[in-house]
Design a protein around this ligand. Structure first.
Ligand code: ADP
Length: 236
């Protein structure tokens, strides 16, 4: 059974089809990368999954059958679907610890909050930075903090929007390690990224989007050898 299922999803902007009957299923425990040229529909896909953009047709549901298609952004987040946007949106005046505590959400019991805080600090490797204001962190650390805030909500689906944009090689390698530790048998991770070496390091499979449709699905090594993928994307 898949953890996240996109079934025949079409999103239109006026007469333009940003997603055109897209189907995609992410397995539990899988890290899936969605790659493709600018304008392929990657951001639109994440916007549709998170309820920011309403599809014209098609369905989005979780592995247990929960239909997200007509839910609000808040309901989708409550169902355990969490997104890390490209630009870190941490609270600069709050410490790393305080930011991570927010990830547990309002009404979160104190014991749960502290357990999740400890787990998020350790999974992101930010233990030594717990009392530093988020505004004083390096760009890479801010990205990791935001991944930690997503984690503290115990998500079933994690959506990552260009997590290594603007990071150094060392920070990129560290981010790949962190994402590796986020894998769980009951969790699906979907990542949009332009850095192909990073994608190769983190993703089990890649979906190559082109003009709102799937051009290719499979391993990164096969994607690199696929004539259509080379023509529309990798060969450019
Ligand atoms: P990607 O993330 O793969 O670069 P996007 O999902 O951002 O692609 O965009 C897909 C296409 O949809 C692009 O041609 C873009 O111009 C168009 N698009 C995205 N959002 C809107 C919008 N709000 N209004 C009109 N066109 C849009």
């Amino acid at each position: 059974m898949s953890a996240l299922v996109i079934d025949g999803l079409t999103v239109v902007f006026g007469a333009f089809r940003a997603l055109d009957g897209l189907s995609l299923a992410v397995d539990p425990g899988e890290v899936r990368a969605v790659i493709g040229p600018n304008g392929a529909g990657k951001t639109t896909l994440l916007d549709a999954i998170t309820g920011i953009t309403r599809p014209k047709s098609g369905r989005i549901h979780l592995g247990d059958g929960l239909d997200l298609t007509k839910r609000s952004e808040a309901e989708i987040a409550r169902a355990g679907v969490r997104r890390k946007f490209q630009k870190p949106s941490v609270f600069p005046a709050l410490t790393v610890r305080e930011n991570l505590s927010l990830g547990c959400g309002p009404g979160c019991p104190a014991a749960t909050r502290s357990a999740r805080l400890a787990a998020a600090l350790s999974e992101t490797g930010l233990e030594g930075r717990a009392d530093v204001p988020a505004g004083a962190l390096a760009h890479g650390e801010k990205q990791w903090l935001e991944i930690g805030m997503v984690l503290a909500s115990e998500p079933r689906v994690i959506l990552l929007d260009e997590p290594v944009a603007g990071l150094s090689d060392a920070e990129t390698a560290r981010t790949a390690e962190i994402i590796g530790t986020l894998r769980r048998p009951d969790r699906a991770i979907l990542v949009i990224e332009h850095d192909m070496a990073f994608v190769e390091a983190v993703a089990d499979r890649v979906t190559v989007l082109h003009e709102g449709r799937t051009l290719f699905e499979g391993g990164m090594a096969q994607a690199r050898a696929d004539a259509r993928v080379i023509e529309v994307f990798l060969g450019r």
